[in-house]
Design a protein around this ligand. Structure first.
Ligand code: AMP
Length: 300
């Protein structure tokens, strides 16, 4: 079954200890879609400005990603994000967030997308996420991501969105910040009380935890041989997770666990280069090769 994703499509400027790039393809929906396209059909709803290069749109199309819902606004500039990572390659310092066309983005879901069963609300303004949910017809599964920017700037709107979703996929520091609670298990419980039945908490090189009711599942992260730029790892993880689950038309918690494994493995490709440069070239056999190694990691 296919996935509908709403999120940011961006031009990122990123600096890591290993190099620097300006105005490269980024955005939560971009990484998500390319990752999910390895498993299933993906339909994107997003907005870019008149400065957005056609080559990037062609790249998405070449992955069979449906961009009918990607609006190119004639009188606006694309969303831009600038970030800098230190040697720990953990949370970046955000040097700039220029919402540009996202400031006024009013998503219109094409009629042919309204019955899609799997919906992913990638990192974007929670009010935009809610406007998408208002337009779709009872999807089977809604998953959602967010970040500190929205927790700090639109908490009430975010809490409203959380009431309507099934799975929240966020990182460690966002989990603690959203719950206002330092201990991760307590934070997870508080977040599940806000709405989502399942919380997937990404912990970078320390793996991922999935909380569902009283169950806790842990998966390690793929032991990297190379890390160049962590940008997009979280969105790629979500794309692997949701792509796998939707591709199997599943609602089964065992498949959620496999989704976590695919998400972790795909994120390990993204971090090997800037932007989507490595992710875009991942082939099915690369993915299955790393998955086999990944599964051995915690087999007793
Ligand atoms: P991550 O997977 O968490 O590393 O996400 C990185 C992507 O998030 C970058 O490519 C940015 O363009 C995008 N991004 C950064 N800030 C925001 C924001 N406030 N809203 C939506 N997307 C964002």
């Amino acid at each position: 079954m296919s996935v509908l994703v709403v999120g940011s499509v961006a031009l990122d400027s990123v600096e890591t200890p290993f190099g620097k790039v300006e105005n490269v393809l980024g955005g939560s929906a971009s990484y998500f879609s390319i990752a999910a396209s390895l498993f299933t059909d993906v339909h994107v709803v997003a907005a870019v400005g008149n400065d957005f290069p056609d080559d990037h749109i062609e790249l998405l199309k070449s992955k069979n990603i449906d961009v009918t819902g990607l609006e190119k606004e004639k009188n606006g500039q694309t969303f831009r994000w600038e970030g800098k990572y230190g040697y720990d390659l953990g949370d970046p310092d955000t040097l700039g967030t220029h919402l540009n066309v996202l400031e006024t983005f009013d998503p219109v879901i094409p009629d042919e997308y309204k019955d899609i069963d799997y919906v992913f609300l990638a990192n974007i303004d929670p009010e935009v996420q809610m406007k998408v949910l208002d337009q779709v017809n009872s999807p089977k599964l809604v998953a959602c991501d967010t970040m500190n920017f929205w927790i700090e700037n639109k908490l009430e709107e975010l809490k409203e969105t959380l009431k309507h979703i099934d799975i929240l996929i966020i990182n460690d520091s966002e989990t603690r910040e959203l719950a206002g609670e330092p201990l991760i298990t307590n934070a997870a419980r508080k977040i599940m009380e806000m709405g989502p039945k399942t919380l997937v908490c990404k912990r970078g090189e320390y793996g991922a935890l999935m909380f569902s009711g009283d169950d806790i599942f842990f998966a390690p992260s793929y032991p990297l041989e190379e890390i160049f730029d962590p940008t997009g790892a979280g969105d790629t993880f979500a794309g692997g997770f949701m792509g796998y689950v939707a591709g199997n038309g599943s609602m089964n918690p065992e498949d959620f666990k496999k989704g976590v494994a695919y998400g972790s493995v795909l994120a390990s490709f993204t971090v090997e280069d800037f932007s989507v440069n490595r992710l875009r070239n991942v082939k099915q056999n690369d993915l299955e090769g790393r998955l086999a190694d990944f599964l051995k990691l915690s087999k007793i």
